[in-house]
Write a protein that binds this ligand. Structure first.
Ligand code: FAD
Length: 428
């Protein structure tokens, strides 16, 4: 008998989950309060693809997913007019005291990711105009020490693989189209206002139009709203990992054009990341350096979605320290987005103690890249748990289709021990 599922949220992760469930015989309805797929936090994503994570499973998941991006039209298996594209710009991650390379090197070797260690000479050659000085720790531009001379030269880890996806919104739309092609129904401009359940399991959802929708399973993929949706479901008591939304600003600088055409750069030394953007601009944001206050959000309906002068100046000036030819524009562009931050910056892909109710949440500003495979991971988890697997005690595993790596889904458990190796930042 065909099973039915409700997916709450049509972001890049929700659409991937919906697609995988629909492809595997579920009758799927996706509910989203916005007017189309990908219009939540996905549309603000910097869409960077890199592999530096602090656990084997997370490195393997990013590597497996990257193969999906590289084969995107074939991966989706449907004919569309427009596909998102991966821009294989490469990745440079500079070394900082709290993120030494050795553990990452060991993980890259285990997963089979080719990399090089770059010193100042390679950095200067690989990224024209790059200041190779060490300025650690990151400082506010109002701090006199911000202007101090560099103390030594940077070392960095370079991967020729990775880069970014040119259009994150289109990527979500592609996944939603693949879900629809497999029979999923998209219900937009409709909010989930309640979770319906009985003593045994979840039964469905109530909707803002006054109707109710029933299904065998419900998956919360609500992005920054996921915590609120869990409150509606009455789940969360057994979570050891808390989640909380956080406001972020991303800036686009095109003065001068084509200043950065090479790799994406994770510059924890100055507390920023940057990547080339289509059209020759630079897209840049922060990496939660200690000098910058974290902007936790308690009221998601009242977030300042306008970028602030203070953050613009501090983030862009720190990037200008690295790329001295950058000119401060008088009319910058950019975007405000919200991360769904988990306590250890690692997502929660799990069942809950409400049978039939699953979560793909806490994506912590770093899971866009994993959208090609997270749907498969969630389908594997759901099908095993619905068939009786005791995932909390014997975690379900999944084997990557492209890489053959075994990924332990228990790494993403709501009840895991906090990942002590996490950088405590968007890097995961
Ligand atoms: C500024 C920024 C930069 C980022 N950069 C990167 C990056 O470089 N690389 C990377 O890998 N990741 C990055 N990320 C993270 C990545 O974009 C997210 O992890 C990913 O987009 C999350 O997708 P999602 O589908 O889980 O959530 P979302 O895209 O937020 O989708 C959730 C959906 O749920 C809907 N919803 C919520 N509540 C309800 C409700 N009650 N009823 C109906 N619908 C509801 C929303 O409307 C929304 O469409 C970034 C994120 C941000 C914000």
């Amino acid at each position: 008998m065909s099973k039915s599922a409700i997916v709450i949220g049509a972001g890049v992760i929700g659409s991937s989950v919906a697609w995988e469930l629909a492809k595997n015989g579920y009758s799927v309805t996706v509910v989203d309060k916005e007017s189309g797929a990908g219009q939540g936090s996905t549309s603000a994503s910097s869409a960077v693809i890199r592999f530096n994570y602090s656990t084997f499973d997370s490195v393997a998941l990013a590597w497996e997913s990257y193969r999906g991006w590289q084969n995107w039209p074939a991966h989706l298996g449907i004919k569309l007019d427009h596909y998102a594209e991966v821009v294989n710009a490469g990745v440079v991650m500079v070394e900082v005291p709290f993120m030494p390379f050795e553990p990452t090197e060991a993980l890259f070797k285990a997963v089979g990711i080719p990399y090089e260690i770059w010193g100042a000479a390679e950095l200067a050659l690989g990224i024209p105009g790059f200041d190779t000085g060490k300025y650690w720790p990151p400082k506010q531009i109002t701090d006199d020490e911000f202007w101090d001379e560099a103390k030594g030269e940077l070392t960095a880890m370079y991967t020729n693989d990775g880069g970014y996806v040119n259009d994150p919104l289109l990527a979500a739309q592609n996944l939603a189209a693949a879900a629809v092609a497999n029979g999923a129904v998209m219900k937009f401009r409709t909010a989930v206002t309640g979770i319906i359940k009985n003593d045994e399991r979840v039964l469905g959802v109530s909707l803002s139009d006054g109707s109710e929708l029933y299904a065998d399973i419900v998956i919360n993929v609500g992005g920054p709203w996921s915590g609120k949706i869990n409150e509606m479901a009455g789940v969360g008591e057994d979570f050891t990992i808390s989640v909380r939304p956080m406001r972020q600003e991303v800036h686009h600088i095109s003065t001068p054009l084509n200043l950065l055409t090479g790799p994406m750069i994770g510059d924890m030394d100055l507390g920023t990341y940057m990547r080339p953007s289509p059209g020759g601009a630079i897209l840049l944001g922060g990496t939660e350096p200690e000098c910058e206050p974290l902007e936790w959000v308690d009221d998601l309906d009242n977030v300042n979605m306008v970028r602030t002068q203070a953050l613009f100046e501090s983030q862009v000036m720190r990037v200008a320290r690295r790329l001295p030819a950058l000119q401060m524009p008088s009319s910058p562009s950019g975007i405000v987005g919200i991360y769904d931050v988990a306590a250890d910056w690692t997502p929660i892909y799990d069942k809950t103690n409400l049978p039939g109710y699953y979560v793909a949440m806490g994506t912590s500003g770093n899971q866009f890249k994993n959208a090609p495979f997270v749907g498969k991971l969630m389908f594997k988890l759901i099908s095993e748990v619905e068939a009786g697997a005791d995932h909390d005690n014997n975690p379900v595993e999944i084997v990557g289709e492209y890489t053959g790596h075994k990924i332990n889904i228990g790494t993403y458990s709501r009840k895991r021990k906090i990942n002590e190796n996490s950088s405590g930042t968007v890097m995961g």
